[in-house]
Design a protein around this ligand. Structure first.
Ligand code: FEO
Length: 387
């Protein structure tokens, strides 16, 4: 059984069989549902796990308890990947009290409608003594649901979904120092799960101070020098530019729009662009394309016309960005159409409906296929997006 500190044990579970997290995100390295046990004079269990892994979690819990009975179950977040075993826990330990926000208690009743829970509502600033130490609660609404709370036990922050990451601990490492590329899957997780709620994440960052250990609900435990991770969360939640460069995303039906997009990517490199990332919106992971759209400050979007509008993968991408609150970016456009190009018009309409999105340069309109006379316009577009 792994220990985080002398008093905190890890009792979470790896899920390496999951096909899609939230039924939408691929998790090639699995997923971890983290849960912890604090062993003070009183015993607090920190969250449960997805019912998919319920039996393994109960075994971990029993082993950690070593015959003792838990006094509290802290429910930071009631989404089923964390509350999936709350009813089973309450049945097994009927005297344990569930600590959650008022909204959390309500949500718990909704997800387990015919279960009786012993609950105690906690709110911002409340403390609950465990003996030598105490739990201090901070509300974190919309990180990622409205009922979310985080808690502090000494210098350890139980951060709910914040600072989480796709990937099981067995594959990605238990502590952050075993995970040499935390940012990649943490970024994809952050922007797709919490991206819309930047201002709420900013508010939380201001409240938590400088923890020494962060215990999230997914992914490795963060310890040691946390400044890099706190700094990344600050950039991500303020919609800043993490990496200088241009993201080129294309949606091409027969490869002709792709040809122009790749040529433009080449031009960017030739013009000295520090980093050029490219995604095929018809085939690549959408969640990764969303991640890159947030990561860079500049994007070139190239798309075909389809059914007198925008080719569906590009429409889906822009719609997803809009839903996720994408903002503060510069965009340049390439469209293609054989008889009546419409893609640039639709992309412009969708982009202007978003906040702080600047369309730069003159959209390049291709007829079926890039020709030699289109090259100067593409080169001008490549310069415009970098200015
Ligand atoms: Fe990991 Fe929002 O649940």
């Amino acid at each position: 059984m792994r220990k985080i500190t002398e008093k905190i044990k890890y009792i979470g579970v790896d899920d390496d069989e999951l096909d899609l997290f939230e039924s939408q995100y691929v998790v090639p390295e699995g997923m971890a549902y983290n849960s912890y046990l604090i062993e003070d004079e009183k015993i607090a269990v920190m969250d449960t796990v997805d019912a998919r892994c319920g039996e393994a979690w109960l075994r971990n819990l029993e082993e950690a308890l070593q015959g003792r009975k838990p006094d509290y179950l802290v429910m930071h977040h009631i989404e089923p990947d964390h509350s999936g075993m709350a009813a089973a826990f309450s049945e097994r330990y009927p005297d344990a009290v569930i600590l959650a926000s008022a909204m959390g208690v309500r949500f718990l009743g909704q997800f387990a409608p015919d279960t009786t829970f012993r609950t105690q509502v906690v709110k911002e600033g409340d403390t609950v003594s465990l003996g030598a130490g105490e739990l201090r609660f901070l509300s974190a609404p919309m990180v990622h649901w409205p009922e979310v709370m985080v808690s502090q036990y000494g210098q350890v922050l139980f951060s709910a979904d914040a600072f989480g990451k796709f990937g099981s601990l067995g594959k990605c490492g238990f502590f952050i120092d075993e995970d040499d590329d935390w940012a990649c899957e943490a970024r994809r997780y952050y922007f797709n799960i919490c991206g819309k709620y930047g201002s709420q994440v900013q508010a939380l960052l201001k409240k938590v101070g400088a923890p020494e250990v962060i215990c999230p609900l997914h992914g490795p435990i963060l310890r040691g020098d946390l400044s890099e991770y706190l700094n990344l969360y600050n950039i991500w939640s303020s919609y800043g530019v993490e990496t200088e460069g241009v993201f080129v995303a294309y949606a091409s039906i027969h490869g002709c729009t792709k040809e122009a997009a790749l040529r433009l990517a080449e031009m960017l490199r030739e013009q000295g662009c520090p980093k050029v990332a490219v995604a095929d919106l018809t085939r690549d992971d959408m969640a990764e394309a969303v991640e890159d759209a947030f990561r860079y400050g500049r994007m070139v979007l190239a798309a075909s016309t389809y059914d007198a509008g925008l080719f569906t993968p590009a429409w889906n991408f822009l719609h997803t960005l809009q839903v996720k609150g994408w903002c503060k970016k510069k965009v340049a456009l390439i469209e293609n159409g054989t008889w009546a190009p419409m893609a640039a018009k639709v992309m412009t309409e969708m982009l202007t409906a978003m906040k702080d999105i600047e369309i730069v340069g003159t959209p390049v309109s291709l007829r079926s296929r890039m020709k030699a006379s289109d090259v100067p316009a593409l080169e001008a577009l490549a310069r415009a997006i970098q200015e």
